[in-house]
Design a protein around this ligand. Structure first.
Ligand SMILES: Nc1ncnc2c1ncn2[C@@H]1O[C@H](COP(=O)(O)OP(=O)(O)OP(=O)(O)O)[C@@H](O)[C@H]1O
Ligand SMILES: [Mg+2]
Length: 373
């Protein structure tokens, strides 16, 4: 899919900006604090329906204004789609697809698919297991609408089950009720585990090859799903369910003592290794960045496999720690994928992407212009 045109109004530090994007590479150059990440955020918002920043939507609207607006013209499977998002202070945002208002913002997920890589994504490697689960959850939700529903059900089930565990011995009927919640936990939890296992296996398959190429076949990448319930390699759903029951039955007293649900996909993790050593602890900055890049490019392939076309790729200021060989690999890889790259300095990328089709823009104090050369 291709974003043909992006228009934003009163979006953070942009008063009004409109750009026609190139179907392949787009480079936005600008100094710190001039609006590069803001621009990326507007595209992400039009894709996922929310910001990747940890603040409220009110803060997206320009400080001096009450309303903000994003409009995107998208070409998807030869169809033209218009996405419009209206933001108003202290009101729920409104999303229109080809002029028709959506009942729920979440319905927009899957229309404009994106893969984003920002410096903040380093936490997929460096951060806690929660960060890795968050990353997997967002990505599976983009391609499997049912997964998002399962997650919200699972969260509610854990909350309810925890209430029972907290006062387990205080009410007689809890002994019967807990079994109902165990069934819910295991049934919905197993669905989530199966989705994750499938996704991580695919990710692993693509990312291993991509990492080998990024590193010029000098380094070896490994990725494994650490399922909290059991080692589920090659297990079918029925077996996973049995293991899940076994786990919660044999540790039930421990859960009551801790007054909380201790086992299930809410405790999962992913282990990433380079040359047999855990990347989180032993990887260099460049290796950690390359690992994320391999995962992100793998995600692109999975989305293509699922929906039949490439998503857009957003790379926010992430090239700086890669050596020129790795940058060269990346530029070559993304030729058929619409990519938006931001950078403070375009010297290297001009050299590396010299012979590639691209469009260049400057971003200065919330204004965007084309760079002709
Ligand atoms: N609601 C808002 N209204 C006006 N300005 C805002 C708003 N929210 C953020 N800004 C401003 O937007 C500016 C640009 O932010 P952005 O993160 O896009 O910069 P950047 O070009 O990515 O910089 P860097 O290279 O440092 O990452 C910041 O100075 C910030 O104060
Ligand atoms: Mg930035």
């Amino acid at each position: 899919m291709i974003v043909k045109r992006l228009k934003i109004k009163n979006y953070r530090n942009f008063k009004e900006a409109e750009v026609e994007l190139n179907p392949s590479l787009n480079v936005f150059v600008g100094d710190n604090g001039h609006g590069k990440t803001n621009l990326m955020e507007s595209l992400y918002l039009a894709s996922i329906g929310r910001t990747f920043r940890p603040n409220s939507e009110n803060e997206i609207i320009n400080f001096k204004e009450n309303k903000s607006f994003i409009e995107i013209n998208l070409q998807k499977n030869t169809r033209d789609i218009k996405i419009e998002i209206h933001l108003e202070k202290n009101k729920r945002k409104q999303v229109f697809i080809n002029g028709i208002k959506l009942d729920k913002t979440s319905e927009m997920i899957g229309i404009l698919s994106n893969v984003i890589f920002t410096p903040d994504d380093m936490k997929i490697i460096k951060g806690s297991p929660m960060e890795r689960r968050k990353f997997v959850n967002i990505d599976i939700s983009q391609i499997k609408p049912k997964y998002k529903y399962l997650l919200s059900r699972y969260k509610k089930i854990c909350t309810e089950r925890n209430i029972i565990l907290k006062k387990y011995y205080e009410k007689k009927e809890n002994k019967d009720i807990i079994n109902i919640w165990n069934d819910y936990l295991v049934n919905i939890g197993t669905e989530i585990i199966m989705y994750r296992n499938d996704f991580i296996n695919k990710l692993k398959k693509y990312a291993t090859d991509i990492y080998a190429n990024i590193s010029g076949n000098r380094e070896n990448f490994e990725m494994n799903y650490l399922c909290n319930v059991a080692n589920i390699d090659n297990m079918d759903k029925k077996n996973v369910k049995n293991q899940f029951y076994r786990k919660i039955n044999s540790h039930f007293n421990y859960e009551v003592q801790n007054k909380t649900t201790m086992y299930g996909p809410h405790k999962d993790d992913i282990i990433i290794k380079i040359n047999g050593k855990q990347c989180k602890y032993f990887g260099s900055q460049g290796q950690q960045r390359s690992a994320i890049l391999a995962i992100k490019l793998a995600e692109i392939e999975i989305i293509k496999e699922e929906i039949g076309e490439y998503p857009i790729l957003l790379l926010d200021d992430v090239l700086s720690e890669l050596d020129n060989k790795r940058k060269g690999f990346l530029i070559n890889y993304i030729q058929d994928i619409q990519t938006i790259i931001t950078t403070t300095d375009d010297y290297e990328i001009n050299k590396i992407a010299k012979n590639y089709k691209k469009r260049k823009f400057y971003i200065k104090k919330g204004k965007i212009g084309y760079i002709m050369n």
